[in-house]
Write a protein that binds this ligand. Sequence first.
Ligand code: EPZ
Length: 424
Amino acid sequence: MAKKEFLTIEGGVPLRGEVKVSGGKNAAVAIIPAALLADSPCVIENLPDVADVHVLADMLTWLGAGIEFKGDTLRIDPTTINRFDPPYELARKMRASYYLVPVLMSRFGRAHVPMPGGCDIGARPIDQTIKGWTMLGADVNTQGGVFNAVGEHLQGADVHLDMPSVGATVNTMLAAVFAEGNTNIHNAAKEPHIVDLANFLGSMGAWVKGAGTDTIRIRGGRPLHGSTYAVIPDQIETGTLMIAAAATGGDVVLTDTIPFHMEALSAKLLEMGVYVRDEDDRIHVRGGGSLRGINVKTQYYPGFPTDLQQPIVSMLSVAGGTSFVTENIFEARFRYVEELRRMGANIRVVDRVAIVEGVDKLTSAPVAATDLRAGAALVVAGLIAEGTTEISNAHFIRRGYENIDKKLRQLGARVEWSTRESDD
Ligand code: EPZ
């Protein structure tokens, strides 16, 4: 029998109080590999204590880097790295393991990295990443499920992405800063973590302009030095907590946030009848009245994020009227809907659209998380449901949410994390 993790939630308590948002997972998993481009140690602050960060740190240790955690700060000494082939057992656990390919190429002229894992939310192609590296002159093949990349003397180039992919933008940026000459990444992703990575690279001495717009310009080949840098707050954790606060009819202030990153969600919550107010780096959310159903279409940033599609569907399942939620980014991101149905939600999925007929209440049931944000959706559902909901496969939730149980308890929720033997 294997050990399994469970999150148990006694629903029906409106969340109240103040809670601090942790550092961004998707920023952290790009910035930590980028530290290997430096010729001296980097200190990365405000890291979230989530599984993906620890897996990445383990991979860096395995590669020979010096790694030292102190609270939410990680010191990375890249000078002792002596391998370019992280092991499959670690690499398969997360998507961002392929961000190691360009940085290992910068040190060794080659990299041997197992293909990435990550959440099972439909096809996750990598053609744009390979195009980016190849345009800069790397020779890459993926035979045997491994990136074999060789690139001793990369040269800057114009790279036109077919879509603003986060992964391809990060991977091309990481290669372009050590390639000689100028690179322009057109149709680049504009997510806050892209801007954060650009700022970190800038703090190491790189010349990177335009991050946050459609075109990122990089003058490569500059020597990069170590730096001390604090990661931005996690906008998906912020959004999940905003939704949980509103859905439970609560009254919550989120601190250490960047409200500007949350505009797409805030607009949707206001449309539903929720009170949302920005106060410098704090966001005040108050639910309580009746919630109106709305339509949501996921898009690239600054549109509504696919990573909040699941949690908002849980909330819409108890809003008035019919909501249409269209998932435009990932093809299989509605798997959790079946679990919500067990809790009484009335949701049909037709192709890429979830049609949500609001019901009066959800009721507790044993449910299973199928991926990280599916887990977040079940947390929101458990918080609003009548009775006690047990979420199995809760380890998925730990991949991206720091101490979610403690944070929710701080807001008055009755939530417990447990690990026990299970033969499921
Ligand atoms: C990043 O995934 C995030 N992961 C995801 O976070 C997030 O859901 C996603 O961006 C979208 O915002 C990390 O940052 C580590 P993409 P990524 O490349 O980079 C298509 C979470 O829950 N595409 O921007 O894998 C692809 O099919 C997660 O924290 C290609 O066709 O996403 C998708 O439709 C899960 N070819 C779209 O682009 C490619 O070569 C966006 O994917 C690359 C992508």
